[in-house]
Design a protein around this ligand. Structure first.
Ligand SMILES: [Cu+2]
Length: 179
């Protein structure tokens, strides 16, 4: 947690430096800048979603991401401890003022179950990003859908998420053990 805050602070300061030449005096606007979905290796496995959100004038939290054309969307964070990657559900993620929030392979990510086949054919999934400001401001953004990396193409996203799926199964087993 402390580590991720430090990373966010670094990202924020880098952004401040790089934007010096450009939009001086212009208010930053909270927005989804980019993103994509990578399908699971097989249809029964969840897809992974990654994106970058640029912060506005104030700190806010991303509190949910939803899609009408998917059965379920969850925010997760993968954490490596003692060489083992597990993932934890996230209820919110901070978007620092004038900074950015990144969901990327090996870190925070979306897991998306059962995307509507029509959306997969079109190659994009309309998503709703819900924030903690302005009575839960909603930003609509289409994430492009990519097929899972083929076996010959060792895409880091697919590899990382393969590890996380194991973490998810472990979590499920732990839940079952409690009952
Ligand atoms: Cu996950």
């Amino acid at each position: 947690m402390i580590k991720s805050l430090a990373v966010a602070a670094l990202a924020a300061s880098a952004l401040t430096l790089s934007s010096c030449g450009g939009d001086l005096g212009k208010e930053p606007e909270l927005r989804v800048a980019s993103g994509y979905i990578e399908m699971g290796a097989t249809p029964d496995r969840p897809a992974a979603g990654y994106f970058t959100i640029m912060g506005g004038p104030r700190d806010v939290d991303l509190v949910a991401v939803t899609a009408d054309l998917a059965q379920r969307v969850e925010m997760h964070e993968s954490v490596r401890e003692n060489g083992v990657v597990t993932m934890q559900p996230l209820t919110s993620a901070p978007v620092p003022a004038k900074g950015k929030l990144e969901f990327k392979p090996g870190g925070k990510h979306l897991m998306i179950w059962n995307i509507n086949p029509a959306a997969v054919r079109v190659g994009k999934l309309p998503m709703i990003f819900v924030f903690s400001n302005n009575n839960n401001e909603r930003i609509l953004f289409d994430l492009k859908i990519r097929q899972a990396s083929a076996a010959g193409d060792q895409g880091s996203a697919a590899m990382d998420h393969g590890g996380m799926d194991i973490g998810g199964m472990d979590m499920g087993a732990a839940d079952a053990a409690k009952k």
